[in-house]
Design a protein around this ligand. Structure first.
Ligand SMILES: *Cc1c(COP(=O)(O)O)cnc(C)c1O
Length: 426
């Protein structure tokens, strides 16, 4: 049965989460399908950031470290994020970038593994993992004389049989394909094989339900500016299983990770728990914006929280796939993202023999904002990538996006020269 525009409007009218889009200020006519790269701006953010700047910084000055709770803000926002990822209070901290946090937790995991089983010195990850994750691991391996081994998703089970395997480092939802791992099953298999597991939740936190505690994961990092809507370059977060939190120093042992930072002692004494995963002074203006972003996701709690967001996300991505297949049939598009709900994150990726970049540019010119990810010449094709944030997207948006895609393809509009010029950021 085909779906019509009227059907989509009816779905929006019945959607209990529909009102949450009022938390954002998205221009009329824009369909924003790039919240997996930069989340939309919460309406509350400009006033909150202005308050931090003019009142807390401008008037209260240095007193704000105490009076405005600045010093505790990374822990406070960390605890808010913890509610979205199945983490206990006091185990998560909002700090630094995903790349830097990955360096900290991989280093800690290397130390723990080396103490436990010195014969293990390999890190395994996916070839199509986000490059910064691979670069950080590569650099660490170079420094420590360890080895990074890259495999395809279907080779992970075999890689676990390697007796030299120390750490399995995976991104829960793949940034290119939108494919999602079964976190609990993979973690258990890795533990059974004697390895530690580091999860990157960049495309999971605020996008899909995550339960780090139930999965008994070892370490996790994640991004503040994607589905958490924290703003460009927002602080990221780091979670450490309490069983590891006090077992070693992380290498970026700055004074904010010290047990008594204001004792100003010349030697380092790590704080207990997750606080030692802070390095130096944290960015308060950015943290205030991140808190606004996390609040937009927590605003779904009265409506069923992450489970309700997940239901809507799957309904949106199902509809997008169905409409693309119905309305853009014969246009050379192929679905890259898994159809199986259990293996799908909150995005849909399409490939096409040629023109992926230009098609995305033509869509952006029409106000349908997705993005393009280049193929790697090693079996991973060029991709048109569409992220679906159920907080601010509705079913009519999905209809409009596919209608624009159909028009761009049928008219050949994407072949115009202006859509074939490469920008620095794709
Ligand atoms: C977006 C993303 C990052 C970003 O890292 P930064 O340090 O913020 O640049 C890292 N890893 C994955 C898997 C991502 O998707």
């Amino acid at each position: 049965m085909t779906t019509t525009l009227q059907d989509c409007r009816a779905l929006d009218a019945q959607d209990p989460l529909h009102a949450l889009r009022e938390l954002f200020d998205i221009s009329e006519g824009t369909v924003y399908l790039d919240g997996n790269s930069l989340g939309a701006m919460p309406r509350s953010a400009p006033a909150r950031v202005a308050e931090v700047v003019t009142q807390e910084w401008g008037r209260d000055l240095i007193r704000s470290w105490n009076s405005a709770g600045w010093f505790e803000l990374p822990r406070k926002v960390g605890d808010q994020i913890a509610r979205l990822i199945g983490a206990a209070p006091g185990t998560t901290i909002a700090t630094d970038s995903t790349s830097v946090n990955l360096f900290k937790v991989l280093s800690a995991a290397l130390r723990i593994s080396a103490q436990r089983s010195p014969g293990r010195w390999r890190i395994v990850s996916e070839r199509s993992n986000f490059p910064t994750d691979l670069y950080i691991a590569e650099a660490l391996c170079k420094d420590k004389g360890w080895e990074l081994v890259l495999v395809e998703p279907h080779e992970i089970a075999d890689a676990l049989k390697d007796e030299k395997l120390a750490i399995l480092m995976l991104t829960h939802v793949n940034y290119r394909t939108g494919a999602m791992h079964d976190m609990a099953a993979v973690t258990k298999a890795a533990h059974d094989a004697g390895a530690l597991v580091v999860w990157d939740l960049a495309h999971s936190a605020g996008a899909v339900p995550v339960n780090l505690t139930a999965a008994d994961a070892d370490f996790a990092v994640g991004c503040g500016y994607k589905y958490l809507n924290g703003g460009p370059g927002a602080p990221a977060f780091v979670w450490v299983n309490p069983r590891h939190a006090d077992s070693c120093w992380q290498p970026l042992a700055g004074w904010w990770g010290h047990d008594k930072p204001f004792a100003f002692t010349p030697d380092y004494q790590p704080a207990a728990g997750i606080v030692r995963y802070q390095c130096g002074t944290q960015p308060m203006i950015s943290l205030a914006a991140l808190e606004c972003g996390v609040a937009t996701v927590l605003a779904a709690e009265p409506f069923g929280g992450m489970a309700a967001l997940r239901r809507k996300s799957l309904a949106l991505t199902d509809l997008f796939i169905q409409l693309v297949e119905e309305r853009c049939a014969g246009q050379g598009l192929a679905l890259v993202t898994p159809r199986d709900h259990a293996q799908r994150g909150s995005q849909v990726c399409l490939s096409r023999g040629q023109g992926a970049y230009a098609i995305v540019q033509a869509l952006i010119a029409r106000g349908v904002i997705g993005d393009f990810r280049a193929g790697d010449g090693a079996g991973h094709p060029d991709i048109l990538r569409f992220g679906f944030t159920p907080l601010y997207l509705g079913f009519e948006d999905v209809w409009n996006a596919v209608e624009h895609l159909r028009q761009v393809l049928e008219s050949g509009e994407w072949q115009r020269p202006e859509f074939n010029r490469q920008h620095a950021v794709t």
